[in-house]
Design a protein around this ligand. Structure first.
Ligand SMILES: Nc1ncnc2c1ncn2[C@@H]1O[C@H](COP(=O)(O)OP(=O)(O)OP(=O)(O)O)[C@@H](O)[C@H]1O
Ligand SMILES: [Mg+2]
Length: 258
């Protein structure tokens, strides 16, 4: 079944144009769906609709056939900005999510260790505060905290955008590995074409308030960063996406004659 958006319109009060106009999108169970689009195209807005955080002006979102009217623990959200509580230790941040998920007190300490291990962090990180961690480590904690709620669907809004290139590749590998092992559904927002290609089964392109294209990723897995670019299918998909997103090749050819 999965998640489906039908005829989704979002028109923010005071805005001259609707942000989303008649979005049709389906996210099959177990898929890794990537949503790409230019800055301001409405990616976060659409993701928040799927999460039940925004009530659309019209249209519907369903999750396994049930209307999505409010946030639900079934759907975990990783926000665009990292939203750990800075005054709490890493362990307390994860514990917060476990409590919200009503995990029994006797099990929470072990569960925190398991979750840290799952995202590749040593147990002693639990005692640290978010500001003592690198950006990549904070993102790992954010993912651990999202997984604490055992969501069926992980809705992720550009979680790796602030990371350096190498850390970003490592986090993509971590997420792919988690997705393969846990078999959850992922909807991942990015405006990075290479990230979209590396992660996705399916790429939905958002532009002009609509899904303008839905592309099945032909590349097999795993997708090692160092050799991926050598595959012709990679270059072709990259070209297609650049074209879709209106990223023109700038060859600095002849200047226009006055
Ligand atoms: N709560 C809001 N009230 C009014 N306008 C909003 C609100 N949230 C978003 N918008 C507008 O909707 C449009 C899309 O915003 P959104 O954050 O969804 O884009 P985005 O594709 O996620 O961009 P980015 O890549 O920069 O994160 C923008 O024009 C934004 O100003
Ligand atoms: Mg956004």
């Amino acid at each position: 079944m999965g998640i489906a958006a039908e005829g989704l319109v979002v028109h923010f009060p005071g805005s001259p144009h609707p942000t989303l106009r008649e979005v049709e999108m389906s996210v099959p169970d177990g898929s890794f769906t990537v949503l790409v689009g230019a800055s301001g195209s409405g990616k976060s807005t659409l993701l928040h609709c799927l999460a039940g955080l925004i009530t659309p002006t019209s249209g519907t979102v369903t999750d396994n056939g049930e209307p999505v009217l409010a946030p639900d623990p079934r759907r975990g959200v990783a926000f665009q900005r990292d939203v750990l509580f800075p005054w709490m230790s890493v362990a307390a941040n994860i514990d917060f999510a476990l409590r919200a998920h009503r995990v029994a007190a006797g099990q929470r300490r072990r569960r925190i260790e398991e979750l840290l291990d799952l995202v590749g962090l040593p147990g002693d990180v639990g005692r640290k505060r978010p500001n003592q961690l690198s950006g990549g480590m904070r993102q790992r904690v954010g993912i651990a905290r999202m997984l604490a709620g055992e969501p069926e669907v992980m809705l992720m809004d550009e979680p790796f955008a602030a990371l350096d290139a190498l850390t970003r590749l490592n986090m993509q590998d971590l997420l792919t590995d988690l997705w393969t092992r846990l078999r959850r559904t992922v909807v991942f927002v990015t405006h990075d074409v290479d990230e979209a290609i590396r992660l996705s089964d399916t790429i939905n392109v958002l532009g002009g308030g609509r899904i303008t294209n839905r592309i099945t990723n032909p590349l097999g897995r795993p997708r090692p960063a160092d050799t991926l670019a050598d595959q012709p299918a990679y270059s072709e998909l990259r070209r297609t996406l650049h074209h879709e997103l209106g990223i023109e090749r700038n060859d600095f050819a002849d200047p226009p004659t006055p």
